[in-house]
Ligand binder design. Structure first.
Ligand SMILES: Nc1ncnc2c1ncn2[C@@H]1O[C@H](COP(=O)(O)OP(=O)(O)OP(=O)(O)O)[C@@H](O)[C@H]1O
Length: 439
């Protein structure tokens, strides 16, 4: 059923759902558009609406062939919508789910496109903060490039930043280093754990280099079929970003591997910048022509451990509750909780996470997760579970992800799953009015 969005747009049909809202196929004065209608509880957050309007100029000004253009922002009654260029195609996650691994040439061509889009954004002072396959759209009507890849466009600019509520509670402590102190108290991380740069986990402000790290993670995933540090409890994933080195991919061309390692460096200053990454990837393309996808077996998922009855709800048993949540979560390839409590996306993919930044002690300790060394075909890992199809894996993720979130809620712990504590909708505030914001 058609639905009016502001005075200029009509939404006709749902294209898909993400954790922040629903994307519609719509019509505007200049033709077909995609309209991302933010969830009602986000739209009723007056602080977020204010930031949404503030970000307007930056989002509308980003014009690049590898960035999904934002044409308009609409605040109208209960509606808060981003009007975007319509990309006729699919997202990179869907392609990856279908093919499991991409041939190096196609993977590199796609990532080079995205790196160019990022370079333009970074030049405009915009950091994406949520680069992942879900946010890369493939334009099936565009010309075929190297490896038969359609043009790739990065989308969802500004969304992570919009929903990230700044934490005012920064306490200064003497002797904390330059600037007269250090940040203490809880901060949260916004993003998707598998793609989060180590410096974000350590509580530093996100700069352009976090996007390069995330994009290198995407490239690794396109080649390997899994991310370098994913699997298990989101806290375990965060810790691996900080403490583990990336395991080599058998059969990967050496120059491509060196590039990946450099962009996955723990130190942001050691990473290439987006324009250099794009250029280096383009240089590699001719040498990758015709190479088949890498022949790698996925690391197997471990079986989840049963949760002892009542362990999560005993009074004063926060630690054991956290342990119970950890135990209930099986090793997943991309672990996360929804951005908004209760959010369900069409594909039931894990999407953004808002989590408390772990303390140094938490990063150093804990027994969550192990390094995931890619295996040559046929080679089994000690204690590994049987192989599962991607669809089966997804069903299990949905089931156990839901169980883990439910447990965290029942236990009432802030712990790792801080979404409901820190990033739920703020109550309506008087004195802020809504208005249409035509272009
Ligand atoms: N500009 C667009 N043109 C065409 N389809 C789009 C556009 N933007 C998003 N979509 C489609 O709409 C669906 C939902 O997108 P959305 O960005 O809301 O969620 P997501 O990125 O998959 O997840 P999340 O936002 O939770 O990270 C996706 O399947 C995507 O392919």
């Amino acid at each position: 059923m058609a639905r009016k969005i502001g005075s200029r747009y009509t939404a006709h049909q749902v294209l898909g759902r993400g954790s922040a809202g629903t994307v519609w196929l719509g019509e505007g004065p200049e033709g077909p558009v995609a309209i991302k209608l933010l969830r009602e509880d986000l739209a009723s957050d007056q602080e977020l609406v204010g930031r949404f309007v503030q970000e307007r100029a930056a989002l509308l000004g980003l014009d690049h062939p590898h960035v999904v253009g934002v044409r308009d922002l609409v605040v109208d009654g209960n509606d808060l919508a981003l009007v975007m260029d319509l990309v006729r195609g699919t997202d990179l996650r869907t392609r990856l789910d279908r093919e499991r691994r991409l041939a190096p040439e196609a993977a590199v061509a796609i990532v080079a496109d995205v790196a160019e889009g990022l370079a333009a954004a970074h030049a405009a002072g915009i950091v994406h903060r949520d680069v992942k396959p879900e946010n890369v759209l493939l334009d099936m009507q565009g010309p075929l490039g190297p490896g038969g890849a359609h043009p790739a466009l990065l989308t969802d600019f500004g969304i992570a930043r919009l929903v990230d509520v700044p934490r005012p509670a920064r306490e200064r402590q003497p002797g904390g280093g330059p600037g007269g102190g250090r940040t203490v108290g809880p901060r949260s991380v916004i993003g998707t754990p598998d793609y989060l740069a180590p410096e974000i986990v350590e509580g530093l402000p996100p700069r352009a280099s976090v996007d390069v790290y995330a994009l290198a993670t995407v490239l690794y995933e396109l080649l390997a079929g899994f991310t370098p540090f994913g699997g298990g409890h989101p806290g375990a994933v965060l810790r691996r970003h900080v403490t583990e080195t990336v395991a080599p991919l058998p059969g990967i061309p050496d120059e491509l591997w060196q590039l990946l390692v450099q962009c996955l460096a723990k130190g942001p200053a050691s990473r290439l910048r987006a324009p250099e990454l794009a250029a280096r990837l383009r240089e590699l393309l001719p040498g990758l022509a015709g190479l088949p996808p890498l022949d790698i077996d996925e690391p197997e998922e471990d079986e989840p451990v049963a949760v002892p009855d009542g362990a999560a709800v005993r009074e004063g048993a926060v630690e054991s509750a956290r342990g119970a949540v950890d135990a209930a979560v099986p090793v997943r390839r991309r672990g996360a909780v929804p951005l908004v409590p209760g959010a369900v996306s069409d594909s039931s993919r894990e999407t953004h996470t808002s989590m408390r930044v772990p303390s140094p002690a938490e990063l150093a300790g804990g027994a969550h997760g192990t390094a995931r060394t890619p295996r040559a075909p046929g080679q089994r890992r000690a204690g590994s579970a049987r192989h599962r199809s991607p669809a089966e894996t997804r069903r299990r993720r949905i089931k156990f992800g839901a169980a883990a979130v439910a447990l965290a809620t029942a236990a009432g712990i802030g712990g790792w799953f801080a979404a409901s504590d820190h990033d739920g909708p703020a109550p309506d505030r008087p004195g802020v009015h809504r208005e249409d914001t035509p272009r």
